[in-house]
Design a binder for this molecule. Structure first.
Ligand SMILES: C[S@@+](CC[C@H](N)C(=O)[O-])C[C@H]1O[C@@H](n2cnc3c(N)ncnc32)[C@H](O)[C@@H]1O
Length: 280
């Protein structure tokens, strides 16, 4: 049975990122462990992964996913240690952090994504008998529609500090859609909330080295639609205090980025970003 059948093209990119985590998990020098990733990626994930990496440069692994996963893992666990108990994984896809990280008792993780993706994930979770390590609340929503009411109805407490994880999503949104989403997140964020995200630079997105790759992404039904060369400027006007790391910066390298040679437009250390934003 092809379980990935009901997934739309954009949802299928979640199988691709799961496949990259599965590959990282198999490395002796892995930056994190993700025992569920292979099952979460299914047969479709490795197929999409090879299609896109092969298109960029044959035989070269893009280290970005491994670096971003580890960077975000470290941030999430730091927040847990600081006492944050409410986490929202926005566009969670096949992320298995609610199963693989050691959360403190009382941590609640809301997992938001399209209903079809989440029901596909729930079937797998059930078949794998995978126990969650936090209280997990999957919530099928359209992030371009009204998702805040269902989140509140599910028990989300806007008075409590929240950690928002927005990973692997922003570049799939038009600038206006991105800005609406960030405004919605902000309106639900109490003081001492933190937002974690990854993003891409607009200049690198528009560079000739990216053109063929972007075209292929669009042909497959999941185009990258936006970026920003100054991600700070997206968050700061909403009242967030922002720290932006570029991949390859000392805090976003993990010994992997120096070897990165991914594509003409992507091999530099600037151009892809990890964002930490704090609400005072
Ligand atoms: C590249 S995957 C990233 C998944 C996960 N965060 C990760 O990093 O592996 C993109 C995810 O965004 C979700 N997504 C995109 N647009 C969405 C929307 N309008 N509403 C809900 N989910 C959406 C897709 O279903 C998919 O799971």
């Amino acid at each position: 049975m092809d379980l990935s059948q009901p997934l739309d093209p954009l949802a299928k990119t979640a199988l691709w990122t799961a496949s990259m985590r599965a590959r990282e998990h198999r490395r002796a020098d892995r930056l994190f462990s993700d025992p569920l990733a292979e099952a979460f990626a299914g047969d479709e994930g490795p197929r999409i992964m090879s299609q896109f990496e092969g298109h960029v440069q044959s035989g070269v692994e893009d280290p970005a996913l491994a670096v971003r996963t580890r960077f975000l893992d470290d941030q999430l666990l730091r927040l847990d240690a600081d006492g944050v108990r409410q986490f929202v994984f926005v566009a969670v896809g096949m992320d298995s952090r609610a199963f693989r990280l050691e959360w403190s008792p009382g941590v609640l993780v809301y997992e938001l994504d399209r209903p079809a993706l989440l029901s596909f994930k729930e079937d797998l979770v059930r078949d794998l008998h995978a126990p969650a390590t936090a209280v997990r609340v999957p919530l099928g929503v359209d992030l371009l529609g009204d998702w805040t009411e269902p989140l509140l109805a599910a028990g989300f407490d806007p008075q409590q500090p929240t950690c928002w994880l927005v990973e692997g999503l922003l570049y799939f949104l038009e600038p206006r859609e991105r800005d609406v989403l960030l405004r919605q997140l902000t309106d639900l964020s109490a003081a001492k909330s933190r937002l974690l995200a990854d993003y891409v630079g607009q200049a690198i997105l528009d560079s000739p080295g990216m053109a063929a790759w972007r075209e292929r992404m669009a042909d497959q039904g999941h185009p990258w639609k936006s970026g920003s060369d100054r991600p700070e400027e997206l968050f700061a006007p909403l009242g967030w205090e922002v720290h932006v790391s570029a991949y390859g910066d000392p805090d976003a390298d993990y010994g992997r980025w120096s070897d990165a040679a991914v594509a003409p437009g992507l091999s530099g250390t600037r151009g892809r970003y990890l964002v930490i934003a704090d609400k005072q």
